[in-house]
Design a protein around this ligand. Structure first.
Ligand code: PEP
Length: 257
């Protein structure tokens, strides 16, 4: 067992405009408030598109919802001639607590290198946001290098230069498990999570390693979350598809009820 507060995070990707976002946030909150149960077994965070964030901020503040939220990406720059980019300063002003950094779709479709992911991680921390650093191996990486080598190298690159007291979250997401319906086994997730925690200890020290939450991501559903949460080094989940359905996502957030 671990003492870290679990985190269940929902990555909406390119889905739901701001009106649909308001509807889903309300439905999720009602579902989690369902009288028979506690709200959730975890801190719950959602990652809507940028254009939804102002609406989410308004409803979370007005209705005092117990939901955290963040953006799916940020610029490595604070301001200037970077057309189309969004600064961590803007996200902080919208009361974002978190921001995803280095999601595999950003790495693959937008050519984000380890260097860019490192710069974005630093930018998030600079603005008081908690970066959710996404790492994970492809099926080819797994075959060539085994389970932990690529995720460990990606993590080392991303946290290079961070202060030991930096507040970060690590999301281990095997690329072959994302959106494939083929989740890793809890045992596979635990094996890599343990290697990642050792890496955190090596680079940032033992205190950081013990405090930092490591999430599993890749085809997580209400029906398979409990197995992951029983593993000692898995502290939550980053959820894609299933985070768009209030009942399913609430079921994940209530993994032990
Ligand atoms: C993700 O993209 O972060 C993810 C885990 O997606 P899914 O849950 O749909 O596999």
């Amino acid at each position: 067992g671990h003492t870290r507060v679990p985190l269940i995070a929902g990555n909406w990707k390119l889905n739901l405009d701001h009106l649909q976002a308001i509807a889903l946030v309300q439905k999720l909150d009602w579902t989690l408030k369902d009288g028979k149960h506690d709200y959730a077994d975890a801190e719950v965070a959602i990652f809507p598109p940028f254009t939804d964030l102002r609406s989410v901020q308004t409803i979370v503040a007005a209705d005092k919802l117990k939901l955290a939220y963040g953006a799916q990406d940020l610029s490595q720059h604070d301001s200037g001639a970077y057309t189309g980019e969004i600064s961590g300063a803007f996200l902080a002003k919208l009361d974002c607590r978190y921001v995803l950094v280095g999601h595999s779709e950003r790495r693959t479709l937008h050519n984000e290198t380890d260097e860019v992911v490192q710069a974005k991680t630093a930018a998030a921390v600079r603005h008081g946001l908690v970066p959710v650093i996404c790492i994970g191996e492809t099926a080819e990486d797994l075959e060539e290098h085994g389970p932990s080598a690529v995720p460990v190298a990606q993590l080392k690159a991303a946290i290079d230069g961070l202060a030991p007291d930096a507040d970060i979250v690590v999301a281990y997401e095997p690329v072959w498990a994302i959106g494939s319906g083929q989740a890793a086994t809890p045992d596979q997730a635990q094996q890599v999570a343990a290697a990642l925690r050792s890496t955190l200890a090596e680079v940032l020290g033992d205190e950081a390693a013990q405090r930092t939450r490591i999430l599993y991501g890749g085809s997580v559903k209400a029906s398979n979350i409990a197995g992951f949460m029983r593993e000692p080094d898995v502290d939550g989940a980053l959820v894609g598809g299933a985070s768009l359905l209030a009942d399913e996502f609430a079921g994940i957030a209530r993994f032990s009820q």
